[in-house]
Design a protein around this ligand. Sequence first.
Ligand code: 3HC
Length: 666
Amino acid sequence: MQSVTTQIYDDILVILVNNPPVNALSWHVRQGLKDGVAEGLSDDAVKAIILRCDGATFIAGADITEFTQAPKEPDLFSTLDAMEKASKPIIAAIHGTALGGGLETALCCHYRIAVPSAKLGVPEVKLGLLPGAGGTQRLPRLVGVEAAATMCAGGEPVPAAKALQMGLIDRMAGETSLADEALAFAREMIAAGPRATRDLPVKGDAAAIEGVKAAGARKWAGFEAPYANLACVEAATRLPFDEGIAFERSEFMKLMMGSQSAAQRHIFFAERQAAKIDGLPKDLPLRDIQKVGVIGAGTMGGGISMNFLAKGIPVTIVEMTPENLDRGTGVIRKNYEASAAKGRFTGEQVEGMMGLLTPTLSMDDLADCDLVIEAVYESMEVKKEVFGKLDAICKPGAILASNTSFLDIDEIAAATTRPQDVLGMHFFSPANVMKLLEVVRGEKTADDALATAMAIGKKIGKVAVVAGVCDGFIGNRMLKPRQLEANKLLLEGATPQQIDKVHTDFGMPMGPFQMSDLAGVDIGWHRDEGRIENIRDALCAKGRWGQKTGKGFYDYDDQRRPTPSTEVATIIEEFRSTSNMQKREISDQEIIERTLYPMVNEGYLILEEGKAQRASDIDVVWIYGYGWPVYRGGPMFWGNLEGKGKIAEALERHGFAVAASLKAKA
Ligand code: 3HC
């Protein structure tokens, strides 16, 4: 495997890595680096060595696919050791992303030069790991304790300009002249000789780590890796280099063997896998999307439009009345301006995005759109009428998408003469923030329409997942058994706060009743019918519609802080006695078995019915759409860890119909 080559330029040896797609440090790259350095050191004519990469990027990390395989020689440590201890200066010439083991390789070079667009970072924490090739010990020596702690525990890469300020790189090259400037820089450094990062003193002291810890506390709740990263940086402040490395190694191995990193690595690959549509060639020609139409300027329509405008794609937005149109476009502007106030956009960018928005009261103005997304009221009748009109107005080949969260896409498609162009694009609220996009494939949806919707999803920064037509698609369908069971548990003796706490302790951002209060307890409640058949109806009849009315399953103060409600407790008591139920103690374990296990069960049913392409897609839906804790890897990954047999047994004990594939022996 020839992924590393060398070239001599008079007195300089260039080691060139070419290991697409991201120049990861696979075993053959490590071998090539070792050989390249040995070649440079043994040739007296060579005075300095450059490490550079072909393709889109510098080395973007260790090869994650090797983590689950038997170790292969040479190991990264001995490779990097040979570089850092080399007697001739080695210069890393960086473009693209120098990440993880890639940056650690650059840290073992003696000097670094980068192009302005380069980014440098140690994102291992996002894989539940820490930089395991000396990064936690070398960074404090090069950029200082505080910056090292921030980089390691936060995982965000820094742009080249900041890297230069921090001392992470020594020189900035022109965007297109890296190869030449690296040669010149290398010649300049011949006289200076090698400068090993390990020999530099640590800058700053451990006190700085406390501030980083405090700033990250909220975001890192439940995660192990950020704290292990900080512990390693702290170790650098008190241990000699080699002992620090030994500590880093043992912490790295602990994380690597743990379930959190396994879950986070699973999600890394699951997210990338989700973009792939089984059975379709990668190079299937896509439809050209230059202009997008959005019907409805409410919360969803407005949020959806913002995604496209932010990527420079013009949007025509349609409403029924001038008031709604003005209000909708006003909210879009306000949201952008709020982001600008936080420094995310300039005022000029806000005007640029707003300039791409065409508000209109006429659906006829959608005639030149390549993709139209309907985000109107969730009623089949209304949707069919809208799609009938779109069929008459839109140009041939335009993709007609519905943002419905549960309705039958095939029935909607049947309202047109072009069902091949119809599909679902289910965004999650707030649509400009939430990363998940369920792309719903109808029975007659054309392959290229589906692939185009997936690609445009990626373009606007979403993680897109293919779902089949069924009630609630993947995400909301799995929510249903959870909510049903949570409601039953209330009657049997659990409180909303107990059930919610089990979920938040598990790592969910909120429990089923907190979610109900946020979304609106009254969703789907028919006030005119006046029926009070369950606890939810009773809450609605008393105006307890959730956070928006200041009370739902909880009471809320003016800052929306929840407290348990005596009124709700009384309502639950009343229903319990009319249902002739005896109150009993419910254990937290039972809540898990009856609210989380049924979700896993539903996931297996979804797979059996072919409504999701693969189990990992279901995990991606729950991580990016509902805040399932990434360190638990999604419901299907978690279900496997928990044990299929154990889940099936518990579900049967609680009287559930268990999916055949869940019952099947693994
Ligand atoms: N190892 C193996 N495969 C990798 C990889 C890695 N480190 N990084 C990316 N890939 C693969 C992806 O799985 C994908 O494969 P596919 O085409 O078969 O789906 C392909 O490379 C392209 O990846 P992306 O779709 O993510 O490409 P982008 O251009 O959008 O992004 C990137 C490129 C920014 C480099 C992004 O891939 C990324 O963030 N990679 C991970 C970086 C990382 O976490 N590095 C640290 C690794 S752990 C480590 O180094 C441990 C060390 O400290 C000892």
